[in-house]
Ligand binder design. Structure first.
Ligand code: HEM
Ligand SMILES: *[C@@H]1O[C@H](CO)[C@@H](O)[C@H](O)[C@H]1NC(C)=O
Ligand SMILES: *[C@@H]1O[C@H](CO)[C@@H](O)[C@H](O)[C@H]1NC(C)=O
Ligand SMILES: *[C@@H]1O[C@H](CO)[C@@H](O)[C@H](O)[C@H]1NC(C)=O
Ligand SMILES: *[C@@H]1O[C@H](CO)[C@@H](O)[C@H](O)[C@H]1NC(C)=O
Length: 317
């Protein structure tokens, strides 16, 4: 009797553990089912960036806004319909996230090689990595096997994607809620070494904050007046907006963070030392960034028979 119970424990415990931990993604998930998927995505991302250098930044951000809302499940890609509310109208996304046409193009190309095999969530994860690599940043092995959601959450997009008005302690808690340390939060914020932001997201900083470089403020104000021009854009890293490097951190040290949230990382608080490290050591930034991206890509994926492989990334099958 005791032996039988022991055997049952041996058999049942591993299943319980698998159920508890998030199921594992693997780097070779499509090796036999879609062997060309990685090269298809890389070619398409490189060509999209060749047409428009900003696109790499936009694709990286799509993966972030996907993963921070109920995990990396491509919920961010779902269009609103008369009977479905997606995440595209959430405050952090509305008039802001972009790159959907590039994802559609990639999905079409992937489907023409492997029908119904590759998820939109995995395409986002690979496209983010390929974008960073193309712009000169670090590479990492993307773990695969995510499936796509049949749901989206406008309210979670509004609550869980951090706003540029947050102070340092709120930024730390926003990332800590997803399991990230402050160091990982600072590393991931290094994404703002590429891409652009709209005037409306940093106007208060330009006109009302004191920890901003005077000559920098003057130059950015020319493209962001006190009223109007809400959607005019400025580079998040004014020095090298299409190169993935550590200059973002060097800029924070001379008060040239564009967003309030950027400058908060170097404002006399607990993360100043991390900014110093990354600004003086690009290799450390690259290693930490790559590791944090893998961790972000692991945020509660749907795996196994959960979710679905969408045929069209914009809608549920
Ligand atoms: C730390 C908290 C963060 C805040 C408050 C924040 C906020 C913002 C804001 C306000 C913009 C400009 C949006 C617009 O004007 O439409 C932006 C752009 C961007 N963000 Fe973040 N972000 C954060 C973290 C991240 C992370 C973790 C990533 C990626 C892993 C990321 C990637 C980007 C990129 C690449 C852009 C430029 C996108 C483009 O040019 O299309 N951000 N972010
Ligand atoms: C999967 O494919 C990649 C790239 O071709 C290769 O490096 C890796 O060894 C393969 N893994 C397995 C388990 O076949
Ligand atoms: C940061 O912002 C939160 C939320 O607005 C506020 O409760 C907190 O007092 C602020 N912390 C600091 C140090 O300003
Ligand atoms: C600056 O702050 C003042 C006082 O809080 C506010 O009335 C004004 O709207 C702010 N200006 C901008 C451009 O945010
Ligand atoms: C402002 O920027 C200039 C030019 O890049 C730099 O020399 C100066 O040190 C910066 N000021 C501050 C307060 O960091």
């Amino acid at each position: 009797m005791a032996n039988i119970s022991f055997l049952l424990v041996l058999i049942i415990v591993p299943f319980v553990l698998v159920g508890m931990s998030s199921a594992q993604l693997t780097s070779n998930f499509y090796n036999s089912s879609c062997p060309n998927v990685l090269s298809i995505i890389k070619t398409a991302v490189n060509s999209a960036i060749a047409s428009e250098s900003r696109m790499g930044a936009s694709l990286l951000r799509l993966h972030f806004h996907d993963c921070f809302v109920n995990g990396c499940d491509a919920s961010v890609l779902l269009d609103d319909t008369s009977s479905f509310t997606g995440e595209k109208t959430a405050n952090p996304n509305s008039g802001s996230i972009r790159g959907f046409d590039v994802i559609d193009t990639i999905k079409t190309q992937v489907e023409s090689s492997c029908v119904g095999i590759v998820s939109c969530a995995d395409i986002l994860a690979v496209a983010a990595r390929d974008s960073v690599v193309k712009l000169g940043g670090p590479s990492w092995t993307v773990l695969l096997g995510r499936r796509d959601s049949t749901t989206a959450s406008l309210s979670t997009a509004n609550s869980d994607i951090p706003a540029p008005t947050l102070n340092l302690s709120s930024l730390i808690s926003s990332f800590s809620n997803k399991g990230f340390s402050s160091r990982e939060m600072v590393a991931l914020s290094g994404s703002h070494t590429i891409g652009q932001a709209r005037c409306t997201t940093f106007r208060d900083r330009l006109y009302n904050e004191t920890d901003i470089n005077a000559s920098f403020a003057t130059s950015v104000k020319s493209n962001c007046p006190q009223s109007g021009s809400d959607n005019d854009i400025s580079p998040l890293d004014t020095t090298s907006p299409t190169t993935f490097d550590n200059i973002y951190y060097k800029n924070l040290r001379i008060q040239k963070g564009l967003l309030h949230s950027d400058q908060q990382l170097f404002s006399g608080g607990s993360t100043d030392s991390i900014v110093n490290t990354y600004s003086s050591n690009s290799a450390t930034f690259f290693t930490d960034f790559a590791n944090a991206m893998v961790k972000m890509g692991n945020l509660s994926p749907l795996t196994g028979s959960n979710g679905q492989i969408r045929k069209n990334c914009r809608k549920i099958n």
